[in-house]
Write a protein that binds this ligand. Structure first.
Ligand code: CTP
Length: 398
C-alpha cells in the first residue's frame, strides 16, 4: 500500500483520539505521502503543534486569521492542492459544522472552500454518535459524497462501550488508499452483505448455517481494489473482514436489513450473505430448561427478504443489484425464476450439492444469470470469481 507523492491535508480536531493521528502521520509518511497538518483549537488541547509538525516534517496550520500564513499560501489553496482531505478525529462538533456548511475557523473554512474528496474518521462518545442529530449529519454528509472510515465498537476513554472509537491508524491508511485508488470504480459506493446470520432460540442457543463468508470477503476486496468505497455488512462469519472496507457487524436477519437500509444510498449492492429464512417466533429471554413435561417446540416466523426488499425499492434503488442463489438441483432454472421473483438484476447461481465441496471450500463454480441470458464460468478460486464479478460490475456501472 504505497501512497507515493500523494498530498494529504490532515485535520486534527479536538478528541482524545487525536493521539492516534500522530501515529497516522508517521504511517502515511512511511508510505511516501506528504502530510500537511491542520490543528483545530480544540485539537491543540490534546496534541501539541510541536509533536504534529515534527512528525509531519511540515508546518502546522492553526488559525484562519494568521496574516503570515495568508501571505504564504491562501487557506483556499491549502485545501485545493491536496489529493485528499482527511479529518481524524472527526468530532461530533466538526461533523455538525460540515453538514451545515459553517466556516468559522480554519478547519471548517478549508472543508467548505474545496471540492477535494474528504474522508472522515469519526471519534466520539457512543451517545453522541447515536444521537439523532449526529446520525442526521452523517446522512447529509454521505449524500454530499463525504467518505467515512469507522467508527469502531469497543471500550471508550469515557468508560462506556459501543460505537464511537476512532478507527486504528492502519484502518485509516487502508481507507485513504482506497479513496485515492484510481480504478474504474473510484467514486462508487458499493454494499456487500456476507456471512451467515444467527437467529436466537434463547440467550445461549441459536440457529445458523455453514456459510464461511469467504466469497463475500473476496468480493469486497476485489471491489475495493478497483477503487470502490465498500460497505461490508456481515453476520458472524469465520472469514477475515476485508481491510479497507467499512465493516458493519450484525447477528440476525432483521439486524442485517436495518444495517443495509442505514447504508443506502449505494451505486450497487451485492447480496452474498446466507441469510436465515426463518427466525424463532418468540425467542426466549431466559435459557430454556429441560423439564419433565417433554421437549420444547420451536415456532418459526419468516425473516424479511433483504435482497427482495432492496431490489423492489420504489425510490433510491441501487443502479445494480446482485443476488446469489445456492441451489442443489436444476440450478439454472431455479436461479432464473429466483431472479424474477426477487427483482434483482443479476443472480450468481452456484451448485452447493455436497459432492461439489463448494460450501466452505476455496473454489466456486457459478453461472451468472441476467435479464437476457446466462453465462457459466469455469470452476475457479473464490478470489477469481470475485475479481471477475467486480470487473463486470465496473463495466456495467461505466
Ligand atoms: N437473501 C436475503 N434475505 C433473505 C434471504 C435471502 O437477502 N432473508 C438473499 C441472499 O443473500 C441471496 C439470495 O437472497 O443473495 C438468495 O437466497 P436464497 O436463500 O437462496 O433464496 P430463497 O428465496 O430463500 O430461495 P429458496 O427458497 O430456494 O431457498
Amino acid at each position: 500500500m504505497m501512497l507515493t507523492d500523494k498530498r494529504i491535508l490532515l485535520i486534527i480536531a479536538g478528541g482524545i483520539a487525536a493521539f492516534k493521528s500522530l501515529d497516522l502521520i508517521r504511517r502515511l509518511r512511511e508510505r511516501g505521502a506528504t502530510v500537511t497538518p491542520v490543528l483545530t483549537r480544540a485539537g491543540a488541547e490534546f496534541v501539541t503543534p510541536l509533536s504534529v509538525s515534527a512528525l509531519a516534517g511540515e508546518k502546522v496550520f492553526q488559525d484562519l486569521f494568521d496574516l503570515t500564513d495568508e501571505a504564504e499560501m491562501g487557506h483556499i489553496e491549502l485545501s485545493r492542492s491536496a489529493d485528499l482531505i482527511v479529518v481524524a478525529p472527526g468530532t461530533a462538533d466538526l461533523l455538525a459544522k460540515m453538514a451545515q456548511g459553517h466556516a468559522n475557523d480554519l478547519a471548517s473554512t478549508l472543508l467548505l472552500a474545496t471540492d477535494t474528496p474528504v474522508l472522515v474518521a469519526p471519534a466520539m462518545n457512543v451517545r453522541m454518535w447515536e444521537h439523532p442529530a449526529t446520525q442526521r449529519n452523517l446522512e447529509t454528509l454521505r449524500k454530499d459524497g463525504v467518505l467515512f472510515v469507522g467508527p469502531n465498537e469497543g471500550d471508550m476513554a469515557c468508560g462506556e462501550y459501543g460505537p464511537g472509537r476512532m478507527s486504528e491508524p492502519m484502518e485509516i491508511v487502508a481507507a485513504i488508499s482506497s479513496a485515492l485508488a484510481e480504478g474504474p470504480l473510484s467514486g462508487r459506493r458499493i454494499l456487500v452483505t456476507s456471512g451467515p446470520t444467527h437467529e436466537p432460540i434463547d440467550p445461549v442457543r441459536y440457529i445458523a448455517n455453514r456459510s464461511s463468508g469467504a466469497q463475500g470477503t473476496a468480493i469486497a476486496r476485489a471491489l475495493n481494489a478497483l477503487g470502490a468505497e465498500v460497505v461490508f455488512v456481515t453476520g458472524p462469519a469465520d472469514a477475515a473482514r476485508p481491510e479497507g472496507a467499512h465493516v458493519v457487524e450484525v447477528q440476525t436477519a432483521a439486524e442485517m436489513l436495518g444495517a443495509v437500509q442505514a447504508v443506502l444510498p449505494v451505486d450497487a449492492a451485492v447480496f452474498s450473505a446466507a441469510v436465515a429464512d426463518w427466525r424463532v417466533a418468540s425467542a426466549s429471554g431466559s435459557k430454556i430448561k429441560k423439564t419433565k413435561d417433554g421437549l420444547p417446540t420451536l415456532e418459526f416466523a419468516e425473516n424479511p427478504d433483504i435482497l427482495a426488499t432492496v431490489s423492489q425499492m420504489a425510490q433510491g434503488r441501487p443502479e445494480l443489484v446482485v443476488g446469489f442463489a445456492a441451489e442443489t438441483d436444476d440450478v439454472i432454472e431455479n436461479a432464473t425464476s429466483k431472479r424474477l421473483r426477487k427483482g434483482c438484476d443479476w443472480i450468481l447461481a452456484n451448485d452447493v450439492s455436497p459432492e461439489t465441496g463448494i460450501m466452505g471450500g476455496a473454489e466456486n463454480a457459478v453461472t451468472l444469470i441476467f435479464e437476457d441470458g446466462s453465462e457459466t464460468w469455469p470452476r475457479m478460486g473464490k478470489d477469481e470469481v470475485a475479481q471477475q464479478l467486480a470487473a463486470r460490475i465496473a463495466e456495467t456501472l461505466g
